[in-house]
Design a protein around this ligand. Structure first.
Ligand SMILES: Nc1ncnc2c1ncn2[C@@H]1O[C@H](COP(=O)(O)OP(=O)(O)OP(=O)(O)O)[C@@H](O)[C@H]1O
Ligand SMILES: [Mg+2]
Length: 377
């Protein structure tokens, strides 16, 4: 583990704080060739756990295996989905240690895609030339999935879809994908990740939904204060810093247990000349304030996509959160919006991952953005 706090990146395995129980559960399901929907709030480590831990475990166990990781964030159309799958498939082949034998198996497909595989003269490693031109018609995703299924028979495959809920913005695509996934071999593990709870539950929980009763479900739990404390303590040591467990709890609470926001604040503490050990509450409050200041132009940029009314609504959530009843009279009068207007706004802001529904009510998804909104733009 390094001394610095990481953010904005997919974490390497040794930088992931705890989550061992969840990681073992995910691995057990993948290893048994089953299907899993892994969900959790933004920036809680889903992608890192899957890319740096689960995929590595799979590659270690199945040296000749194929791991296809498809990012579906903002999927715009069925063609877009096909291209993303195609690219992910090509990348998976290039990374597989048995790429030569896989290429032979799917040679027809490679030709059609204008894919070529080259062996680097210096490193001896294979690389795949994607060759997907914009003018080219993408290969139907059913066909690519069929090839993955074929490869699975001899080599073992793992299929992962990140930000899966975003396919629900494309009309009739979820139902088509469901049918195609159903045709995959029963022992081919499929892992679906998502961060937008409302969309995921529309896809998976509603009995009439396309993915009703598909796979097992797991919500990534928050990291305990004790585990996070140890993680922070290990990194702080090399800076000569320390902090009590109570203050770690305070920081976690202020940052709504979101690891990325916690790491950003801790990183800032290690970089400030004036940080004295042991750290006190005032310093934490001050550093959170500075972290928000530093990001203010970024936040303004992010809010650009929203109407004035939406920003006003977000601000009200930031001030009152958690808001259990955003359609209640008090809230309606505070925002001066109609109930109908509020309903579609809530749904859009949830789909955009700007707000998140906890058991206690709605909150602004990003804890630092919440501070920015609450203090006034
Ligand atoms: N277990 C963890 N230990 C330490 N930091 C973490 C952990 N989980 C998440 N983080 C922090 O969150 C950041 C984002 O992680 P990651 O992209 O894996 O989350 P995610 O849940 O996939 O997010 P999103 O829903 O936005 O895709 C990391 O760069 C890191 O700062
Ligand atoms: Mg992610």
């Amino acid at each position: 583990m390094s001394n610095s706090f990481c953010f904005d990146i997919v974490l390497p395995r040794d930088e992931i704080c705890n989550q061992h129980e969840a990681r073992d559960k995910i691995w057990a399901i993948v290893d048994a060739g089953q299907r899993l929907v892994l969900f959790g709030r933004r920036n809680t480590g889903k992608t890192s756990i899957v890319k740096s831990d689960i995929m590595e475990r799979f590659a270690t166990k199945h040296e000749r295996g194929l791991v296809v990781f498809v990012d579906l964030m903002d999927t715009a159309s069925e063609a877009d989905f096909c291209v993303r799958l195609q690219r992910a498939f090509a990348v998976a082949i290039s990374k597989s240690s048995s790429s030569r034998s896989i290429v032979n198996k799917v040679s027809q497909f490679m030709k059609q895609l204008k894919l070529s595989i080259n062996i680097d003269q210096v490193t001896g490693l294979p690389s795949v030339d994607l060759g997907i031109g914009s003018e080219q018609t993408p290969i139907a995703f059913e066909r690519t999935l069929g090839l993955i299924a074929e490869i699975h028979q001899d080599h073992q495959a793992l299929l992962i879809f990140d930000e899966f809920q975003d396919i629900s913005f494309v009309k009739s695509l979820p139902a088509k994908i469901r049918s195609a996934l159903q045709l995959l071999p029963g022992d081919l593990p499929v892992l679906v990740l998502g961060s937008k709870k409302q969309l995921l539950s529309q896809m998976f929980a509603d009995p009439r939904a396309p993915f009703a009763s598909w796979g097992r479900h797991l919500e990534l739990p928050p990291i305990s204060a004790e585990d996070y404390h140890e993680y922070i303590h290990t990194k702080f040591k090399s800076f000569g810093l320390s902090m009590s467990l109570d203050l770690t709890k305070f920081l976690l609470n202020e940052m709504q247990q979101i690891p990325e926001a916690i790491n950003i604040v801790c990183d800032k503490m290690t970089k400030m000349q004036t940080t004295k050990s042991p750290i006190d509450k005032n310093l934490i409050v001050q550093v959170i304030h500075l972290a928000v200041e530093e990001r203010s132009s970024l936040f303004r940029e992010r809010l650009h996509r929203f109407t004035e009314k939406e920003i006003q609504f977000l601000r009200q959530i930031a001030l009152d959160q958690p808001v259990a009843k955003p359609f209640a009279k008090i809230f309606v009068s505070a925002t001066r919006l109609s109930v109908g207007g509020l309903q579609s706004m809530v749904s859009r802001l949830e789909n955009e991952a700007m707000i998140y529904r906890l058991e206690e009510g709605y909150v602004v998804n990003d804890p630092l953005l919440q501070r920015f909104l609450a203090r006034g733009l």
